[in-house]
Ligand binder design. Sequence first.
Ligand SMILES: N[C@@H](CCC(=O)N[C@@H](CS)C(=O)NCC(=O)O)C(=O)O
Length: 182
Amino acid sequence: MALACSGIPVQIHEVSLKNKPETMLALSPKGTVPVLHCADGKVIEESLEIMVWALEKNDPENWLFGYESDYSKQLISANDGPFKHWLDRYKYFERYPELSQNQYREQAEQAFISQLEAQLTKGLFLGGDQPFVADVAIFPFIRQFAAVDSAWFEQSRWSKTRLWLKYWTQSELFTKVMAISK
Ligand SMILES: N[C@@H](CCC(=O)N[C@@H](CS)C(=O)NCC(=O)O)C(=O)O
């Protein structure tokens, strides 16, 4: 979405994580996606860095506003760290029999969803009334969280988070990039 928003043309190569192409591993031995191979040969192998790289070149929606703040960093690291940890267990609870699926969900709610909800009660987006890069970096993970049990999510107490998620998943940009990547 950040690449599309910035208008930078990219070629997308979908890869199978079970059979990673040699060309990808040669560029980025750590073997995770996404990997961006820039025209000047530079390789960027962290999604957030790809977003910032693109937006630093062209940021028509001003998504980088507030990005350097401690709040923004805390939010993104809470997503990438504790929330992702509990989300994986909530999604794949069969692999982690120590707790029940509901207990994993509760951990994810406590670790992060409650913070998002409090924030989204103050403004429509995580940074206030305008979207910024953290909204775009985080919502795909909340989409995954919601999709584990959408009937539960729809009736949960997280009404502001639900609205915010709907905004992003129904946005023109998301619809466009999902169609491109199919
Ligand atoms: N912090 C990295 C995480 C990348 C990541 O872990 N991607 C997953 C897919 S969503 C992956 O490539 N996993 C490697 C594998 O499953 O072998 C980023 O944001 O780019």
